[in-house]
Design a protein around this ligand. Sequence first.
Ligand SMILES: Nc1ncnc2c1ncn2[C@@H]1O[C@H](COP(=O)(O)OP(=O)(O)O)[C@@H](O)[C@H]1O
Ligand SMILES: [Mg+2]
Length: 423
Amino acid sequence: MKILVVGSGGREHALCWAFKQSEKTEKIFCANGNAGIAEIAECVNIKPDEIAELADFAETSQIDLTFVGGETSLALGIVDEFEKRGLKIIGASRQAAQLESSKSFAKDFMAKHNIPTAKYKTANSAEEAKEILQRGLFGDENAPVVVKADGLAAGKGVVVAQNRAEAIEAVSGLENLVGKKATEKIVLEEYLTGKEVSLLMFADGKNFALMPPARDHKRIGENDTGANTGGMGVITDTNLLNDEQQNEIIKKIIKPTLNGTKQEGFPFCGILFLGLMMTATGAKVLEYNVRFGDPETQAILVRLETDLIEICQAMLNQKLDNTIIKWKKGSSVCVVLASRGYPYKVAIGDSINGLNDVAAHKQVVVFHAGTARNEIDEFITASGRVLGVTTAAPNLNGAINRAYNAVSQISFNGMQFRRDIGN
Ligand SMILES: Nc1ncnc2c1ncn2[C@@H]1O[C@H](COP(=O)(O)OP(=O)(O)O)[C@@H](O)[C@H]1O
Ligand SMILES: [Mg+2]
């Protein structure tokens, strides 16, 4: 089969890598890819928001299966366009993608379908948001409140404010931070406490199949300090959720969500990602994403034993219930190596050393997030997040040790990473 993966980050490298393991794969294309992806796929210079061009490419290149990495393409309706043209594609429809592309849509959906989540109020302007905060809807002036831009904001649209004054300041700054369109509405939320878990699943409109639970590490600094990033590392580990918790999540969150999407006329097909807070009163949904996470994908796919193409075919035929999906037992870790300056203004163009040494370990995979080649064909840094050093092992400590051993072999000027992923 000819496969097209849409996107250009570490997540898409991991998807190409997983497709590459399949005997059914004849050739992989990636739009628009990166230098690491180019090792295993043909990179095509079409951007994820160029929906008609992507569909034209899939038609003329006779692509058998397209897999969409990120939310931008989904929110723009890539799946609807491909399906209209009879092209096979895995991803959420434009309507279903609203669960991610509009936080107020997602909150109203959860309220309507009785899905546990933080209390909230949607404001239609910054002024209204400030009024709501002044009225004290979420406690007195010392209570923390969460301020969220409604629209897609690439992880920059949420501020956890420690008190009312900070929340008001956050509301004032939000438009500058993420733009006018994403802040046409602002969602204010009750502050929840607990441990966060990401639970992803394949869904085919009728059935779902869970992936191993994951935990990301969003802050740049060790012990979860400093600025928020796209993600500095992830672990997957069965112990992140016990059976009782998982069963409760299935009953109170997953089934009502998937049934809700059917009732609303957009049965969910694709990858559904639950951002959960495990509170003292049970699991609550922080957010939905309608696609794989980055770097969750890297850590999840290194544990996948079943052929990804078979899973995709089962999804397209609504036969996930007849498909046994096998995962390597134990844990996995992905440690992100980032450029100097990340997550602010980053320095790029530095050559990367040690990749060949790590390639000698069969049990470690280095996914490229932002790399390019220089004139003498070396890999160089090309964006904030550069590499994701990823490995699976029978237990978490084994995975952590193996990942950091590999990290110690890689270097580039100003390389940043957290030493505490998984701790
Ligand atoms: N209601 C809440 N209470 C406490 N923390 C929250 C709440 N909502 C979000 N957060 C924190 O903010 C982070 C980002 O929020 P999220 O809704 O996942 O937005 P996004 O991933 O789109 O930036 C979460 O991972 C969590 O740490
Ligand atoms: Mg999130």
